[in-house]
Structures are given as structure tokens and as C-alpha cells.
Design a protein around this ligand. Structure first.
Ligand SMILES: [Fe+2]
Length: 192
């Protein structure tokens, strides 16, 4: 298991890399990791990876003609605090095309991986943004059981925006119970 000792200062802020600022809309992504019954899960390691503002990944095979950003690697990590809270500062990811079907585009999303003492295996999921017009034609989003899809979508939170600086999205991750977040399975399905 990865530990807190692997964290470095700045890991939770993806907008500052290689001595400069990433291009794009700054966003704060925050929330809590909760067990069933709403109990907070402290000391969970959250790792995220995402495309840049143009919809391009740096660290996966990704060759479509959108620009890379020298100041954005799309990788972040943070450990939840005693109240189960986490927070990243990052860039609104762009949509990107993929070859699943004709003219297929992934809705904007951030990949999340969770490790922690409260669960025995790594949990992997994706966070989406509210109102994305690409939800309807995305097989990955639509692999989530219909009643659980809302739990994969963050909520815009004006109260947590930073004036003249960044927008904010809240997304709680629930490990178990009736409000469980949809998690990916090894066969590209979802358990929710
Ligand atoms: Fe992705």
C-alpha cells in the first residue's frame, strides 16, 4: 500500500508543475470519503489522473492532435484527514475522443484511485461534471447502473469557489451501503 510518506508538498495542487502554471480553468475538487452510515474514512490515499484542458493525457497512450501542457501532468495525490476530507486544486479536464464507436467522446472526468485501511483492495472510479452533454453517448458512463449515475457526478459548489481564482466541485465518495459510489470492476463493469 502506498503511504503518506510518499506524498510530497504540492501533490494536491496539479496546477503548478515544472515551474509554471497549467493552462485552463482552475477548479477545486473536494469532498469526503465516507463509509456506510456516513462515517468519515480518515487516512485514505486518493490518487487522481486526468486529461489536460485540451483533453489530452500525458501519461497514457494518447496521440490525438490536442496539445500537451508542459505545466500539467494530470497526476495528484492526497490523504484524507481525520474527518475523511480531501481537496485537490486542478484544471477542468477537456473531453477527448476515443475509438469505442464512431465519433465517440468521453465526457470530462477525473479518475480516482483509493487505498486505505477501511477497505481491502484498491478502489477505482471516475468523477464526472454536472450537465455534461456527452453523458448520453458514453458507454463507460452508461455502464453505471442508472440509479447510481448521479453518485458519479460532482456538484458545483459556489460557496467553495475562490473569488478571482477558482471554481469548486464537491464529490463525496461512499465506500459501502445504499449510497455507494460506483466503482469499476476488473471486467470494465461497475459495482454500485
Ligand atoms: Fe480518462
Amino acid at each position: 500500500m502506498l503511504g503518506e510518506d510518499r506524498l510530497a508538498a504540492g501533490d494536491a495542487d496539479l496546477t503548478l508543475r515544472a515551474g509554471g502554471e497549467a493552462l485552463g480553468q482552475r477548479i477545486i475538487v473536494f469532498g469526503r470519503v465516507l463509509d456506510s452510515g456516513g462515517r468519515p474514512v480518515p487516512d485514505a490515499l486518493l490518487e487522481i489522473w486526468q486529461a489536460n484542458a485540451a483533453g489530452r493525457y500525458r501519461h497514457v497512450v494518447d496521440n490525438w492532435p490536442a496539445p500537451l501542457d508542459p505545466h500539467f501532468d494530470g497526476l495528484g495525490r492526497v490523504v484524507t484527514d481525520a474527518l475523511g476530507r480531501y481537496e485537490f486544486t486542478t484544471i477542468q479536464p477537456g473531453a477527448y475522443p476515443w475509438g469505442n464507436h464512431h465519433n465517440a467522446w468521453r465526457p470530462a472526468h477525473i479518475h480516482f484511485s483509493l487505498f486505505g485501511r477501511a477497505f481491502t483492495q484498491r478502489l477505482v472510479t471516475q468523477m464526472y461534471f454536472p450537465g455534461d452533454p456527452l453523458f448520453g453517448q458514453d458507454p463507460i458512463f452508461n455502464a453505471i447502473p442508472p440509479t447510481a449515475r448521479d453518485r458519479a457526478i460532482a456538484t458545483f459548489d459556489l460557496s467553495r469557489t475562490q473569488p478571482d481564482w477558482a471554481l469548486a466541485y464537491r464529490w463525496d465518495i461512499v465506500l459501502r451501503g445504499t449510497e455507494q459510489t460506483p466503482f469499476e470492476t476488473d471486467d470494465d463493469g461497475y459495482v454500485a
